[in-house]
Design a protein. Sequence first.
Length: 145
Amino acid sequence: MQPFNPWTWRDPSALAGGYDQSTPADVPRQRPESSDDGPDAPGPGTPIDLTGYRVEATDGRIGSIDETSADSRYLVVDTGPWIFGRKVLLPVGTVARVDHLERTVHVDRTRDQVKNSPAFDPDEFGRPDYRQQVGSYYQESYGRD
């Protein structure tokens, strides 16, 4: 098993419209009739813009994705009123799965772990020591509840 790398997708197919494995006997999940406001899930291999997707921690909602990096290494999440409009930086290694039909990204951290993370600082993000600080926080919290 390779060590956890917070800046690498654990399941790259999640970003490219991948789906869970299914068998011929599985019945496709249908969209609720009330969800006519978004597109259908794209097919495998289709690049996805996750901006606007909800973000769920293991114990509840965090916020929604405000922006993604061009190289798909991190997500900037606007937490809204939950932690006073603070934005947090989530490396893509924290993503457990993506539900494109529900437009939801599930991360493998608790709300407290996200709340206690370093704040997103767009002015500092270009500095290697800032990225190291953020990456170290998520490496240390990997697998802890």
